[in-house]
Design a protein around this ligand. Sequence first.
Ligand SMILES: C[S@@+](CC[C@H](N)C(=O)[O-])C[C@H]1O[C@@H](n2cnc3c(N)ncnc32)[C@H](O)[C@@H]1O
Length: 309
Amino acid sequence: MGVSPHVTKTHTKNQYKACHLQFGPNPSFVLKIQVGSLLLCRTYITCQLTMPMTNKEVKSLYRERFDPVQYHTTYYSNLDKEVEFFLTNIHSTLLKEKFNEGKRCLEIGSGPTVHSLISASHHFDTLVSSDYTEKNREEIRKWLNKDAQALDWTIFFRFVANMEKFSDLDEGVRILEERLRRKLKNVSFCDVFDSIPLNYKEAPFDVIITSLCLEFAACDWSSYVQALKNIAALLRVGGGIIMVGALNNTFYYVNDEIFPSLKLDQPMIQKAMTLAGFQGFEWKILERQVIEGKPTDHDGCFCVSAIKM
Ligand SMILES: C[S@@+](CC[C@H](N)C(=O)[O-])C[C@H]1O[C@@H](n2cnc3c(N)ncnc32)[C@H](O)[C@@H]1O
């Protein structure tokens, strides 16, 4: 798209607290984003009075306030350039031999989504999704069971079908959906702060994929590093991690609910991964592409892959 946006005003945890003191129980915040000469402003109303400050509070926020259907509506009702970037890079990383050897692949913090595992279903016999909240895991099970109320991921399957060079994309979608349903063997509880985050007999895994999870789960640097160490323990030595996420993000909204994010740049992420025992980093970075309709303050997206030493 070639735009080079920068966020002219963001809200830190302290600013949210200040807004609460200033405006009372229903504060509103104006998000202003400059795109060239265009200044986009949007006002968000939130009933979330203070930002959670501990990992435990973040977990209860997800348990009590995260609405999987609204999340899908806000971030996945169309396929934007940033999600295309994630899917393209997951797909191309998995084509490398060291990332497609073995049989088992785990996604950490899947939320209600299945799209990050579509390419993996080409390479692995056993796929496992995982998330902290039951509501999210239930949405994935609905999709697996072809429930009439299940979330729709068709456009994402279509995009991967195109990368897999299906000439008939409708047929490609059907084949890939069936392949993922057949290979996704388990939707597990996961808490990245547990020393063993997942109780699943198939561990260790050959590859771990995680999308937009750890920076949203961890409230500080040391917890972020610890979460990476905990998930690294689920991976065999020589196994690969593919992590996609948001750079320098401090919050995102799902409707009127605000969720915090740990602000991280590329060197910080690589340092944390090194401390967790990963090496052989390959990075792809994309500056922010999507402004309208994406209520977050990230300034870029990343895909990093690495190997557990
Ligand atoms: C922003 S959503 C990302 C969902 C999905 N991976 C995606 O790419 O859209 C963050 C996810 O992290 C999960 N999460 C938060 N804290 C967690 C924890 N301690 N352990 C595991 N997952 C957690 C939430 O339940 C939520 O599904």
